[in-house]
Design a protein around this ligand. Structure first.
Ligand code: SF4
Length: 402
């Protein structure tokens, strides 16, 4: 896409986004910082009582226990955003997750609802790895060496609203960790006859000559392509730190997947050595991994799936099973507590919380909630209307596909 095709209001949005990047979480009033946990808990309980149906508190699966106890609903990012949209009486949606989740909620909720992120520092390191300027530049660079009409952009839901908008404007779609394979099959133009995986699907996809440009998590894309039957040589990695992503024209011509060089700082910590160590300690052990882990880890795991899939697999495990899980530690610890008949542990012996999500704590939640009782809204996440439009198109495309 040439410069002339970029709308002026979109450029203004980019400027605003840069300014927003400089915005920092304001220092809390010292009364919240100094208060003990019991006092903060009482403030939140009282505020929830006062606000009643006017507020809904959402807690992502990776959120810390002291915060999640106040969640009216727990879940993954898409489930929580859709839940928020259904709570039409809730004027305030307090999203105890990270920024991209709050943005998705603002896109899906109505104009009256205000989405709030209790700590503006709660970003997602993976989402931040694909900033809109770099993605626009990548698209332009690749258009010098390949036909971009055959390139379908797909973004993992763990991305900014600006990236979702970019994808929507280029006829692509959003995906989640549970539906990435279906969305990729759609993008590659595979029809129902080829099945969901295997050599025929790969052959047909290659015959059509389409390519998926996947943002921002290389591992989810690699694992999904591998599960569909593609080989590592069908992938090229786009490194935004390198000229033209470090991609050669020849390698690009043969590739079906262009992968943005992004990763999750939590899930990339898991290793095959941790799995081996766990299996050596327990007979009949079961290993479960999230698809944001590396392909080596995923290949070794017995079960691979989204947080919801892991929660279901644990619920269905035979009593007494030893289960080692490669995902965020707060979720793993909660599963262990909820299933005392199972032996559940996180495969990473050094605790691996989602550090940014865990910036949301009792003082920030108490500050937000108490101010809401006086109709004072702090930390509202507002997605610009022009960004909303494209992002919604990409989200709706996903919902049509799956
Ligand atoms: S766990 Fe990883 S992908 Fe999920 S919010 Fe945290 S940094 Fe982002």
């Amino acid at each position: 896409m040439g410069d002339q095709a970029v709308p002026a209001d979109y450029k203004r949005f980019i400027e605003k986004k840069v300014n927003k990047m400089l915005r920092l979480q304001q220092r809390l009033d010292s009364s919240y910082e100094k208060a003990d946990d019991q006092t903060l808990i009482e403030i939140i309980v009282q505020a929830k009582k006062t606000l009643g149906e006017k507020v809904v508190v959402l807690g992502h699966h990776y959120q810390r226990d002291e915060v999640i106890q106040f969640a009216d609903k727990t879940g993954d990012s898409l489930a929580l955003s859709r839940y928020a949209a259904e709570q039409e009486k809730a004027l305030y949606v307090v999203f105890c997750g990270v920024e991209f989740m709050a943005e998705a909620a603002d896109i899906l909720t109505n104009d009256r609802q205000k989405v709030i992120l209790p700590d503006l520092g709660a970003g997602c390191s993976m989402a931040d790895m694909a900033d809109i300027d770099s993605v626009e530049l990548a698209w332009k660079e690749l258009s010098q060496i390949t036909d971009m009409d055959a390139v379908i952009p797909i973004t993992y839901i763990n991305s900014s609203a600006a990236i979702k908008n970019f994808v929507g404007r280029h006829n692509g779609a959003v995906c989640t960790s549970s539906n990435a394979a279906s969305v990729m099959r759609w993008a590659l133009g595979a029809d129902d006859k080829t099945g969901s995986a295997g050599p025929e699907l790969v052959r047909e996809a290659k015959k059509r000559g389409r390519k998926v440009f996947f943002f921002p998590d290389q591992h989810l894309a690699i694992n999904t392509a591998w599960k569909m039957g593609f080989s590592p040589s069908d992938n090229v990695l786009y490194d935004p730190e390198t000229d033209c992503g470090g991609i050669e024209r020849g390698a690009l011509a043969d590739a079906s997947f262009i992968l943005w060089k992004g990763h999750c700082s939590v899930h990339q910590r898991f290793t095959v050595a941790q799995i081996e160590y766990f299996r050596n300690r327990h007979e009949n052990s079961v290993v479960m991994a999230h698809p944001e882990c590396s392909n080596e880890v995923v290949k070794e795991a017995d079960t691979v799936g989204s947080t919801d899939a892991i929660i279901k697999a644990v619920a269905n495990a035979p009593r007494g099973s030893h289960i080692g899980i490669a995902t965020e530690v707060h979720l793993v610890n909660r599963l262990a507590k909820a299933h005392p008949d199972l032996h559940i542990e996180c495969l990473d012996p050094i605790l691996c919380p989602c550090a940014t999500m865990n910036r949301i704590d009792l003082p920030h939640l108490a500050w937000i909630m108490e101010n809401l009782t006086a109709d004072k809204v702090h930390n509202q996440i507002v997605v610009d209307e022009i960004i909303k439009e494209g992002a919604k198109t990409a989200l709706e495309k996903m919902l049509q596909i799956v």
